[in-house]
Ligand binder design. Structure first.
Ligand SMILES: [Zn+2]
Ligand SMILES: [Zn+2]
Length: 419
């Protein structure tokens, strides 16, 4: 590769490419080096290709036609039936325990067996959405401007208003329904939030509230309950931490415990992983359709260009997180969130374009919770542009940051102590 000043030639196709020493050098023409550190992925090539095709076919369907609410197709019905069956597992354990106590003798055998069954019932009980005990909650009266904006967005989307906001250090904005009453809670991850411009904030919030509108409570309870049972089964019956270390260290001692856990991992664990894989596939299409629908609503409320730009920011989430971490490790004269904002806003358009292209290679995996970002951006820009219905001004946006300063300070202080 010959470099001449600020341009060089692509080693693959010879095309002249621009060089910016601060960023990765890549080729616009043949995509050489768009993803210099691809994530390790052991998925066989045929499956990647199939998933690529599935993602693109869903995209084409939505690009040409209207985005509908996910209908009750065979896959979605099957997902609900499977979820109901999974939820029967803890119930069956409970009934087995009672039956053992009532009918099985001798007692010295039936009591421990029943106890085992009750333990399993307790372990596998379906759990409702919960907040972590150390969550930094922000309530209505603590952040009037933030909640005014949240309410405005929720009303525009046509869904319930948020009960609370949780501030954390993840590069993510989330929406969760908590407890038996499914109270909507919005999660604001500081490194992502800090790098968003005002209208992009509206777009991200509108997308999240869109999830609240799409799923009906009964169906989300069933699916979430089934997933909580599957997760617990997976944790209990798959390779344990100790086993993995032993395997990685090359120990070949077949002590009783290790052998038993290997056996369980291969049998029950394998079955659980198979069921989880199946449920994921069944939910896939309706789930991804829901994401596109939430994006479209986000475009209608925040303006389609702001929604597309917000998705581009999402691609810089890792960069934002690292900027925050660096600023916490080596405190300078700017705050860590200001460091995030600078690091994200200085990224040139060409580097963002590289991330978009890398997303094509990386994210086409259809088992991800969201469709590939490059397709989401493309769909927003392919449709006629929409103007904003909810507008967040710069001063209001800054007021929100001031309201969140205290909880943000606590979150960052905790993260700093962990680093
Ligand atoms: Zn090239
Ligand atoms: Zn989403």
């Amino acid at each position: 590769m010959q470099s001449a000043g600020e341009v060089t030639n692509c080693p693959e196709c010879g095309h002249q490419i621009r060089v910016d020493r601060r960023y990765v050098t890549w080729c616009d023409k043949c995509d050489w080096n768009v993803d210099p550190s691809p994530v390790e992925d052991s998925t066989p090539a045929w499956r990647l290709k199939l998933e690529h095709r599935l993602a693109e076919s869903l995209y084409r369907e939505l690009e040409t036609g209207a985005v509908h609410r996910p209908g009750w197709d065979a896959a979605r019905i099957a997902a609900h039936v499977l979820s109901a069956l999974i939820l029967l597992v803890p119930l069956a354990c409970l009934l087995a325990g009672i039956a053992l106590l009532a009918l099985y003798r001798p007692l010295w055998l039936s009591v421990p067996l029943a106890l085992l069954a009750f333990c399993l019932t307790f372990l596998l009980r379906p759990r409702l959405g919960r907040l972590p005990t150390d969550a930094q909650l922000v309530h209505r009266d603590q952040a009037p401007v933030l909640f005014r904006v949240l309410d405005e967005v929720a009303t525009a989307v046509g869904t319930r208003k948020a009960t609370a906001v949780v501030v954390d250090a993840d590069a993510n904005i989330s929406y969760q329904q908590v407890g038996w009453r499914f109270r909507p809670v919005v999660g604001i991850g500081l490194p992502l939030w800090a790098g968003l411009r005002p209208q992009e904030r509206v777009a991200v919030l509108a997308h999240e509230f869109g999830h609240g509108r799409n799923g009906d409570a009964g169906s989300s309870w069933l699916l979430a309950g089934a997933w909580s049972v599957l997760d617990e089964l997976h944790q209990t019956f798959s390779e344990q931490h100790g086993d993995r270390i032993r395997r990685e260290e090359g120990y070949e001692d077949y002590t009783g415990a290790t052998f038993a856990s290997r056996l369980v991992n291969a049998t029950v664990g394998g079955l659980v992983r198979g069921i989880a894989w199946l449920l994921l596939r069944l939910e896939l299409r309706s789930g991804q359709r829901e994401e596109y629908l939430a994006d479209r609503r986000s475009g209608e409320i925040a303006g389609s260009e702001a929604a597309a730009r917000a998705l581009e920011r999402l691609l810089l989430a890792d960069r934002a997180y690292h900027a925050m971490e660096r600023a916490l490790r080596f405190p300078g004269d700017v705050s860590s969130l200001e460091a995030v904002r600078r690091s994200v806003s200085e990224v040139p358009a060409r580097e963002i374009e590289r991330h978009v292209r890398a997303s094509r290679a990386r994210e086409t995996r259809t088992d991800a919770s969201h469709p590939p970002t490059y397709l989401r951006i493309k769909l927003l820009r392919a449709r006629p542009a929409t103007t904003a219905r909810v507008v967040l001004g710069i001063s209001e946006s800054a007021a929100i940051d001031r309201e969140l300063a205290d909880p943000a300070h606590r979150v960052l202080a905790e993260l700093r102590s962990e680093l």
